[in-house]
Write a protein that binds this ligand. Structure first.
Ligand SMILES: [Zn+2]
Length: 186
């Protein structure tokens, strides 16, 4: 199992052999007698809404350094998507929320580094081999506790008026915010 195209067995290190299986060419480890699948990378994020304002973090590293995005990150082993979204919110903004308070608003997938129309391309070419499956949740500010403060890996964390922040948003984020505002309104 690998989020990159696998060439070697992650269990024993043996070079994989191409094998027709399940309608596609897969890598096969003759030592472990198993196929090694090219898996997606799961991620989760949360849109915290306070009337017409949305909670965003400012990236402190490439790609998209200095641009604003939703609190989000990779789902760790043993976590559900909503647990991961709540953890990322706490790590990146210090706001706390109960995982069960989150409303599922969107699930989607995209190549890592794919940025939507006309966006800046991710410079790391190996990233295009990674397919991110992302789950987005929404929650009202009133369901969270604490004051937003940038976590260790972020430059800033704050609420922004939706109309004001759009030009500084990382590509693709506006659509996720839009889905969430609709979900909490309905
Ligand atoms: Zn093996």
């Amino acid at each position: 199992m690998s989020i990159y195209t696998p060439n070697f067995c992650p269990r024993c290190g043996t070079e994989l052999e191409p094998d027709e299986f399940d309608g596609d060419t897969r890598g096969y480890c003759s030592v472990c007698e198993t196929h090694v699948f090219h898996l997606p990378s799961p991620a989760a994020g949360v849109v915290v809404l306070d009337d017409d304002r949305v909670l965003l973090i400012q990236r402190d590293r490439p790609p998209f350094e200095g641009q604003w995005e939703l609190p989000a990150g990779v789902i760790e082993h043993g976590e559900t998507p909503r647990e991961a979204a709540a953890r990322e919110l706490a790590e990146e903004t210090t706001l706390d929320v109960a995982p069960d308070a989150l409303t599922l608003t969107k699930s989607g997938g995209h190549a890592l580094g794919a940025t939507g129309k006309g966006g800046e391309k991710n410079k790391n070419s190996s990233d295009s081999d990674v397919f991110v499956v992302e789950t987005t949740f929404a929650v009202s500010r009133s369901e969270t506790t604490g004051e937003p403060t940038a976590g260790g890996g972020e430059r800033a964390a704050r609420f922004w008026p939706l109309a004001e922040i759009r030009p500084a948003l990382r590509p693709g984020e506006h659509e996720r915010i839009h889905h969430s505002t609709q979900a909490l309104d309905s």
